[in-house]
Design a protein around this ligand. Structure first.
Ligand code: LLP
Length: 445
């Protein structure tokens, strides 16, 4: 089992997270249940913040990529830790503002921001919008003019760095719906365009090369390419890049096939990126840009686990043993989407040795509704509590109501004490927006 300090096996042989017994949590809050260790989230935010402080004289800002896990509590934690956030939709922006997050430290992303989302961002006074389309620049210019001001923007560029990760999660290949390519000149073209707009204040560039990346060199290369582009824009257009946002993407441990990086180890990734920016600035005679990074997964991913109750256990002789749980793709669609791998722990008997190879199946009416395939577990029985580790990122945030299953609640654990940060959904929530139009009701008669 993973040896990170947020998890341990207690004297009852139960899995513990942040000092809370998972079997007790399951009893108190029910399953399925997302559980987050507050200390780990804070520690990760601090590692990035302190590294930027120490290695870059604090000339920058860490943005928590809230798409990884968005709810009021997490914005509150980010605010308390004095970092910024990025949001990618009106819904995330609304949640951040509702949590009292300062708009000036919010960056707005999206490859196709809707008109109303841009208006909401301008109304809120977000610190920066990362623009990714000509029409978007026009819209920002018009809306800023209406409000009698200018709006800070960055342009999303594609430095063309191949990072090793799942194809769907990769974003900086040449064929991408995100950004404008440096290689084919479209990044330069849109830079000229943004500079021609009176109410748009182009501050610099943004890139994000993908997610779940372990190769430091990929981040270094991307930073070098962005700085080279900044140098080119200075030379050709006299444009000074004030700000550079290098996105997120640092990988986390899901299974032993992944690297296990300590919180401090992530600081080293940021250090490598910072060194590359500094070296290139020196070499090219550029001003050191205000530097941003946007880690999401690495902040909340390993902080979270999901607890389930084992239900049906079905053996297909000579083929497979399925252990079915009370959750599935509706709370964690990552296996279905990316064949993502996870580590299960039988939380109610975590001290026992692995005894058999099983596949963990969800309860949705869909064969592909699996959480983990061919994983080792002690002999699981109906009623056991099962934990899936490293589910803090892109699980709750990608949850859905398929089959009208209820999206599980989230609890936050601090020193053994737990409380809701997202309350359970109810059947009433599911039908809240259902209506039967009159013409349909008439058919009853
Ligand atoms: N910044 C930008 C512009 C992004 O697009 C992303 C992630 C991040 C930051 C944060 O990246 P992170 O540090 O979390 O790797 N649903 C997929 C992940 C999609 C990531 C999309 N962008 C998954 O479940 O693996």
């Amino acid at each position: 089992m993973n040896t990170r300090e947020t998890l341990k096996v207690n004297e009852k042989g139960h899995l513990e997270i942040g000092g809370a017994d998972c079997v007790e949590l399951a009893r108190e809050f029910g399953t399925p249940l997302y559980v987050f260790d507050e200390a780990y989230i804070r520690r990760m935010m601090r590692v990035y913040r302190d590294t930027l402080e120490k290695e870059y004289a604090g000339n920058g800002l860490v943005l928590y990529a809230s798409k990884a896990f968005s709810c009021e509590a997490v914005y509150r934690i980010a605010r308390q830790e004095r970092i910024g956030v990025d949001v990618v939709s009106g819904g995330e922006l609304y949640t951040a503002l509702k949590a009292g997050f300062p708009a000036s430290k919010i960056y707005m992303h999206g490859n196709n921001k809707l008109d109303y989302e841009l208006e909401e961002a301008l109304d809120a006074g977000v610190g920066c919008i990362v623009a990714d389309a000509y029409a978007e620049i026009d819209k920002i210019d018009r809306e800023a003019k209406k409000r009698g001001r200018t709006q800070n923007i960055l342009l999303r560029i594609n430095p063309g760095v191949e990072a090793h990760t799942h194809a769907y999660i990769q974003t900086a290949k040449t064929d991408s719906k995100f950004g404008f390519s440096v290689a084919d000149g479209t990044a330069e073209k849109i830079t000229r365009y943004a500079l021609s707009k009176k109410h748009v204040n182009l501050r610099g560039f943004h890139c994000h090369i993908g997610s779940q990346i372990f190769e430091k060199q990929s981040f270094v290369l991307a930073a070098e390419k962005c700085m080279d582009f900044a140098a080119e824009m200075k030379e050709k257009l006299g444009f000074v890049t004030e700000e550079l946002n290098m996105g997120g993407g640092f990988g986390i441990w899901y299974t032993d096939e992944d690297k296990k990086i300590s919180p401090e180890g992530y600081g080293e990734y940021l250090e490598a990126l910072i060194s590359a920016v500094k070296a290139r600035a020196l070499e090219k005679g550029l001003k050191l840009p205000y530097l941003l990074v946007e880690p999401g997964r690495s902040i909340v991913g390993e902080a979270g686990i999901t607890l389930y109750t084992v239900g049906a256990v079905k053996e297909i002789p000579g083929v497979k043993k399925y252990v079915a749980i009370d959750g599935g793709m509706f709370d964690n669609p990552r296996y279905a989407l990316y064949q993502a791998k996870y580590t299960p722990v039988l939380a109610s008997r975590a001290g026992e040795a692995a005894a058999e190879l099983v596949s963990i199946a969800g309860k949705c009416c869909e064969s592909g509704d699996l959480i983990a395939v061919n994983v080792l577990l002690p002999k699981a029985e109906t009623g056991d509590i099962l934990a899936i580790l490293s589910t803090g990122a892109y699980n709750y945030s990608m949850a859905m109501n398929y089959n009208r299953n209820l999206i599980p609640p989230c609890v936050l654990v601090r020193e053994g004490k737990a409380d809701y940060i997202v309350r359970p959904q109810t059947y009433e929530d599911l039908t809240r927006n259902d209506v039967v139009p009159d013409f349909l009701a008439q058919t009853d008669k």
